[in-house]
Write a protein of this length. Structure first.
Length: 411
């Protein structure tokens, strides 16, 4: 496989806001459909990463357009719009991008370690569907090893910084007495759960009501943290009663609109969803403070400054693991030639002409095999370290192989 056929194409927070990203965000059903279509098209190295900050498709294909079509056929957004706002990289640039994303270098919140978990899940789903071939498996495994090394050897993910935690800081800044604030959390998936725990741990409040489409899920978390929960049918009633509303659902449209809030009392609205699950028109409501994930991600503190100082270490570790992957790739690319060379040397070793020319050559099968193996190992090392043509490298290996035995007479 030619490494130049490895592409990544996508959009992220750098050039698009949450509304645009929401049109290309994918749910599990859409992702499964993309993977199936990839299989139907003979693409065995493909996976998609869809988070609140990015939607990217990685794959080995004849062109990036092939991957864009796969993604946009399932997304709500139009492929022509995607072409205008997306970025595309291939070959080594695409590989470097993958390492950067997994490390948190490319995250909206620098050093965000949650991204590697999301990537592992995306790859796991693709692999179970038959979309991860030998190339992609080796690449992603090396990427995950790199991410783990960065986590263990640097402070790049140190401290506590995430969108969920930024939401807590935002609430703390705008509320002097949190104990008197009624808080409603809509959505108890991973982000909603983390936000809820942060509210309890960092702000010491339990004046929290949980609502989820699946009531059992909300009740389970409420029981664990000794909070209140309500059925989804009471969403608007509880929203009108609440002082602070946090929405972390996975709906394709808002779950809360301007007309759903009947009074004009002060409210803080925090939308942690992609696409937006709080209607942006609510910003126009009197006495309302409203933020989304993009707003929260701009918050900076000493933790982020510490992470910035770790960037050179992170890039150095990434470089080491990228070199390791390229070594593997070169060996894999050269494998057919090395196998052919090994067979040729083995044939030469037992050739009557060669035995006549080199009567003092090693005679036992074990000695013959050892001579061939040594020559092949040298050949593999030279092909990995040098950029000479395979034919030239083979001639060098043949010379070394013959020179290994003592000469009976001058040629």
């Amino acid at each position: 496989m030619d490494i130049q056929h490895f592409y990544i194409t996508g959009i992220n927070y750098k050039k698009t806001d949450v509304n645009i990203r929401g049109k290309f965000a994918l749910n599990e059903e859409q992702y499964s459909s993309i993977l199936q279509k990839a299989n139907d098209n003979g693409l065995e190295n493909v996976f998609v990463l869809s988070t609140c900050n990015r939607t990217e498709i990685y794959g080995v294909a004849s062109s990036s357009r092939e991957l864009k079509s796969l993604l946009c056929e399932e997304a709500e957004g139009d492929i022509n719009v995607f072409e205008e706002i997306s970025y595309t990289k291939k070959g080594k640039d695409a590989i470097e991008h993958l390492f950067s994303v997994a490390s948190g270098l490319d995250s909206q919140i620098l050093g965000d370690y949650e991204i590697v978990g999301q990537m592992k899940q995306a790859v796991r789903i693709a692999k179970s569907n038959g979309n991860i071939g030998a190339f992609m498996e080796r690449l992603t495994n090396t990427v995950f090893e790199s991410s783990k090394a960065i986590k263990n050897q640097t402070d790049f993910s140190g401290g506590t910084v995430s969108v969920a935690f930024a939401a807590i800081q935002f609430i703390k800044y705008h509320c002097t007495d949190i104990s008197n604030q009624k808080i409603l959390i809509i959505g108890t998936g991973k982000i909603g759960r983390n936000t809820c725990k942060n509210l309890v741990d960092y702000l010491g409040t339990k004046n929290i009501t949980l609502i989820n489409r699946s009531a059992d899920k909300a009740k389970e978390l409420a029981d664990e943290l000794q909070l209140q929960f309500a059925p989804y049918e009471q969403l608007y009633e509880k929203a009108n009663e609440a002082d602070i509303i946090v929405v972390a659902t996975n709906a394709q449209q808002p779950v809360l609109y301007k007309n759903d809030l009947k009074n004009n009392d002060k409210k803080i609205l925090i939308d942690l969803s992609i696409p937006n699950n709080i209607d942006v028109a609510l910003k126009e409501r009197p006495h309302t403070i409203m933020v989304n994930v993009d707003d929260l991600s701009k918050m900076n503190d000493a933790t982020l400054q510490m992470r910035e100082r770790e960037i050179p270490k992170v890039k150095s570790i990434i470089g080491e693991y990228m070199d390791e992957f390229y070594d593997w790739y070169k060996m894999r690319r050269n494998a057919p030639f090395i196998r052919a060379a090994k067979k040729s040397l083995s044939d030469i070793n037992v050739c009557p002409w060669y035995q006549t020319l080199k009567p003092e050559a090693l005679q036992t099968e074990a000695q013959q095999e050892e001579a061939v193996q040594n020559a092949v190992k040298k050949l593999a090392v030279k092909m990995r370290e040098q950029h000479s043509a395979p034919g030239c490298t083979y001639i060098e290996a043949l010379h070394d192989f013959i020179a290994h035995h003592p000469e009976k007479s001058e040629a």
